[in-house]
Write a protein of this length. Structure first.
Length: 204
């Protein structure tokens, strides 16, 4: 009897890593089951794929979790209370820019690009991991600005939500620039200019 299980060479952790790169490069909808089967296992069949992951949607959720636990950690400075808030924001932006321009990875950010033109899906279950990841980063920027207000580093009349949104907007904008080949050096200098907006609101 023909065995329908996963091939002997199947490495689940490596399969998620390989799937992550496909979704990162092409987006959710544009990444086909055929592409996934061709890249994430030695001769993995459709039954084997579903036995391993349940569905393409479930695999994508695992992919986003893997991304946030690895490449997505560039935003960790936003949550580091030991860093001054301005440095936390600057560090997160600089680290993210380096990661998104890295020649060893697909250009841009999976979380930022996953629902753009390459992903037309409107299924809330598919999009939720991306929404949640962006919401976490958004909260990180806002927390840094609020810490700046509390410590007196920012003037009391600073609009915390608006300033945090400026930094988040720039972060999201790095992805298309990276994919268009804008040099890291240019993005890096742009971050230095952006941080002058924090200085313009300084209360010190």
């Amino acid at each position: 009897m023909k065995q329908m299980g996963r091939p002997r060479s199947f490495d689940r952790a490596q399969a998620i890593e390989d799937a992550m790169r496909l979704f990162w490069k092409y987006g959710y909808d544009a990444t086909s089951l055929s592409q996934l089967k061709a890249h994430i296992g030695a001769g993995i069949t459709a039954p084997s794929f579903y036995a391993a992951f349940g569905s393409k949607e479930a695999l994508f959720k695992e992919v986003v979790e893997r991304y946030m636990a690895t490449h997505g950690r560039v935003n960790d400075p936003l949550f580091d209370q030991a860093l001054a808030p301005r440095e936390a924001i600057r560090s997160a932006l600089k680290r993210s820019a380096r990661m998104q321009c890295d020649e060893n990875n697909p250009k841009g950010c999976l979380v930022a690009l996953g629902t753009q033109a390459s992903c037309a899906s409107t299924d809330a279950n598919v999009l939720k991991p991306l929404y949640d990841a962006r919401a976490r980063t958004r909260a990180g920027f806002l927390s840094c600005v609020e810490r700046g207000l509390s410590s007196g580093e920012l003037r009391a009349d600073t609009d915390a939500q608006a300033l945090a949104a400026v930094f988040e907007s720039f972060l999201l904008g790095i992805s298309p620039m990276a994919r268009d080949g804008v040099p890291l050096l240019v993005i890096d200098r742009a971050i230095d200019h952006l941080m002058k907006l924090w200085d313009a609101n300084s209360g010190l």
